[in-house]
Design a binder for this molecule. Sequence first.
Ligand code: NAP
Length: 312
Amino acid sequence: MSPNKPLVVVFGATGNQGGSVLRTLAAHPESYTVRAITRSTKSRTAQELATKYPHVQWVEADIENPSSLNRAVANADVVFGVTQFFQPSVLSAVDTNQDAEFLQGKNVIDACVAENVGYVVFSTLPSAKKLSNGKITEALHFEGKYKIHEYLAAQPIDSAVIQLGVYFQNNIDSTSWNESGDTVVLSFIGDVHKKIAYVDVNRDTGPYVKYIIDNREQAKGKVFPVCSGYYSTADIAEALSKVTGLKTTTLELPTSVVDNNDLRAMFELLKTHEIFAESPNHLETNKLVPFEFTTPETYWRTSGFQGPPKKQ
Ligand SMILES: NC(=O)c1ccc[n+]([C@@H]2O[C@H](COP(=O)([O-])OP(=O)(O)OC[C@H]3O[C@@H](n4cnc5c(N)ncnc54)[C@H](OP(=O)(O)O)[C@@H]3O)[C@@H](O)[C@H]2O)c1
């Protein structure tokens, strides 16, 4: 452990959020020692990252298996934690155990406390129930993360939490061609003109977490929404036209088309509330981070998206 070159343990290192943190920190081997966590060092993504960043340490661990975690976080100055709601083990347990995602976070935090880790940065979300004054109760992937936040704050360990906005990446799955095949349709479950908090998870997460790590003392106890700005589906469609020259239009879908209770509750929340209402000045905080956050135009440009696959 060295305060000048902290050992940073990154969970979810082969995925979106953790991958962004890994790439950002690994680009500065003079400043950070990085230990990446994966369930399998043999996976293709882990192997590719290990080849690209040979100075990164790799340790196998599973956030659902507490006995694997102490070794993973041992001697860490900082641990970046992220949980996984949308995976079979959590989704299949949700009806009988609403704490399935919370337990993933608790396992990581308990290991950090046991191993005397210096600082934890955890990816969480606010409570949909709290934001909606008790009306939206089924957005479990918000409640589980909020519970992790509360649990972390009660531990004898310094910490900060990040909360990600809606990924720009989700828009790709919402694109299709219209009947005549000359216009890209961006559909959204809710009001296509309502501006909501967006982020490029792959590009923006790492710089934000690096800022927190570099300013651990000032960041302690704080909540950092990671959001590059507020945009509507109509804004995002317009940016797609501008970048690619494609004709675009939007399509509004009712929340009733979603058959998953958790996601339907999330879309209700996005329709009626502002997810970062508890951090009203958070876009000001972005200015502290020496990084140009992603706009819809930069998102479409850097994603290389040229339209959904054409129907055969
Ligand atoms: N989509 C959105 O708009 C949005 C917005 C805000 C927050 N979120 C939240 O973001 C979270 C997902 O983050 P992400 O997008 O970074 O996920 P992701 O890209 O799906 O990454 C998941 C990574 O976590 C690792 N992982 C999965 N299960 C694990 C386990 N049991 N133990 C250890 N590692 C495990 C996997 O690594 P290995 O396979 O290498 O083990 C994988 O690379 C979700 O909880 C979601 O609710 C999503």
